[in-house]
Design a protein. Structure first.
Length: 74
């Protein structure tokens, strides 16, 4: 009995990567690692911009590190 479910996108990508030469696979891995690092760096920057906008709108109020720690630990 044949499975009629199409392969996942991940599976298709991995199968395609298997058909690359070793050198191409190494280049692909390096490129993916670079892109992931870029995305990880962009996330905190986006969070900071959002917090700055919220602060400007008055949604956030200035607080001390001690107050933040009390809230985290409560």
């Amino acid at each position: 009995m044949k499975n009629s479910k199409p392969p996942s996108r991940f599976h298709v990508v991995v199968d395609a990567a298997d058909r690359l030469t070793l050198e191409e696979q190494e280049t692909l891995v390096a490129d993916l690692n670079r892109r992931l690092a870029d995305r990880r760096r962009a996330e905190p920057a986006a969070d900071i911009r959002q917090a700055q906008r919220e602060f400007e709108r008055g949604v956030l109020q200035p607080t001390t590190p001690d107050e933040i720690m009390k809230e985290i630990l409560s």
